[in-house]
Ligand binder design. Structure first.
Ligand SMILES: Cc1cc2nc3c(=O)[nH]c(=O)nc-3n(C[C@H](O)[C@H](O)[C@H](O)COP(=O)(O)OP(=O)(O)OC[C@H]3O[C@@H](n4cnc5c(N)ncnc54)[C@H](O)[C@@H]3O)c2cc1C
Length: 381
């Protein structure tokens, strides 16, 4: 697949958004532990960034997935990963199921305002007692007349403190395991919903991560996305999209880090010559750049497969695993080559080091990726 001038122009426009809307405020938002999502999303929506692949009938750009790839990579180059994470939740984690399986009425009520940046969305899967093992989740939605009555807790929910609605995965029957779950759109302005706490965390500090409680929350049955009972399967599909966002954004994060470090190696002199002249340093950075180029090729191939309508579960899983490992190496190496300065909060390296750690955990830990791949390879793991 070859990217065209249209992609280059689009990339420039996303870069301008990052430079104008995110970067000038990144330090302030990181310190505050949140960013003004409604304000930033409204600006993102003006450029079509919240509905790149979505149907024009719902306010989307009607572009193909390659433009989403470009946007996610460019957003990943922002000076703090928290805002790109929040945007990714909105575009590729909380809304894809709604766009694919939701009823027309549900899309008009929740997808249209999400694409327009009027609503902030969150995805609620993880619970205090279960994350990797999604089939063990316990949040329940019991039918009562024309309503679901929801009880449970959701943990580590990005955008949770500012969300207008949540794409919630809940157990809607007693079948157990991966059977009998449904995805339900839960508005947050209703009785019984509570943001219990905003969690203090290592990195991605500008994005709010929350513990949410649902105590007899009543929503109409029509808020079910797709077929009741198929929530697990729909969510597994949504996870594939989520993982690709993580891969693309982490690619952008690595690209920026390697670029900035290359620059620094020319500026910093040790033992009478620039760091760049030390073979070990130059080779190590080049080695990481080469690995990033392989990830990029993988991304292009996955993107091509998406455009061809193929199942990319394996590609998303491989990409998520490999980029999660790579970004940790990149963050560690870039910090190391900045010396003591790399450890100081004012330097971008410290924040990047903290932000990067999430990629191997969020959206499925490395070990979960390995489990998926091992099973596909006939290793029952
Ligand atoms: C900043 C942040 C934002 C997040 N945002 C969201 C969100 O918006 N919505 C949402 O639903 N969730 C969100 N999450 C949750 C995230 O997806 C989970 O943390 C992740 O899936 C891991 O689940 P867990 O934390 O419960 O870890 P556990 O499931 O308790 O796993 C702990 C560790 O055990 C290991 N492990 C797990 N399974 C296996 C296995 N089969 N074999 C070997 N080892 C294994 C892994 O090392 C794993 O890290 C977020 C998390 C963070 C930190």
């Amino acid at each position: 697949m070859r990217l065209t001038k249209d992609h280059a122009d689009f990339r420039s426009s996303v870069r301008r958004f990052v430079d104008d809307v995110i970067n000038p405020h990144a330090d302030e938002w990181e310190a505050a532990g949140r960013f003004p999502a409604h304000d930033v999303f409204a600006k993102a929506a003006e450029q079509g960034l919240l509905g790149i692949e979505y149907d024009g009938a719902y306010g989307g750009l009607d572009a193909d997935h390659s433009f989403q790839m470009v946007a996610a990579e460019e957003l990943g180059g922002a000076h703090a990963a928290g805002v790109p994470l929040a945007i990714g939740v909105q575009t590729m984690m909380a809304t894809p199921s709604l766009a694919e399986f939701g009823s027309e009425e549900l899309k008009q009520r929740f997808l249209v305002p999400a694409i327009a940046g009027e609503h902030v969305a969150a995805i609620g899967v993880t619970e205090p007692d279960t994350g990797s093992d999604v089939a063990s989740l316990r949040t329940s939605a019991r039918r009562d007349g024309d309503d679901w009555v929801i009880n449970g807790r959701k943990m580590y929910i990005t955008n949770g403190a500012q969300a207008d609605w949540i794409c919630l995965l809940a157990r809607t029957s007693d079948e157990g395991g991966h059977r009998g779950m449904s995805q339900i759109v839960v508005p947050t302005d209703i009785p019984g919903f509570e943001v219990v706490s905003v969690l203090d965390k290592l990195g991605n500090r500008s994005s709010d991560t929350t513990l949410l409680a649902f105590d007899n929350v009543r929503v109409p049955i029509e808020n079910t996305i797709g077929t009741p009972g198929r929530g697990f399967q729909q969510q597994m599909k949504q996870f594939v999209t989520e993982r690709m966002y993580g891969v693309y954004a982490a690619t952008g994060q690595c690209d920026r880090a390697l670029r900035l470090t290359r620059q620094y190696l020319h500026e910093r002199t040790v033992f009478g010559s620039p760091l760049a002249s030390k073979q070990y340093v130059a080779f190590r950075l080049t080695e990481l750049q080469a690995q990033l180029e392989l990830v990029r090729s993988h991304n292009m191939q996955a993107c091509e497969a998406i455009l061809a309508g193929e199942d990319i579960t394996r590609a998303a899983t491989v990409g998520k695993l490999m980029v999660g490992r790579l970004i940790r190496e990149v963050a560690d190496t870039c910090l190391q080559f900045h010396g003591g300065g790399g450890y100081i909060e004012d330097t971008w390296t410290a924040r990047f080091f903290r932000d990067a750690r999430l990629v191997s955990i969020g959206g499925g830990a490395d070990e979960v990726m390995l489990q998926v791949l091992a099973r596909q390879d006939g290793l029952p793991a």
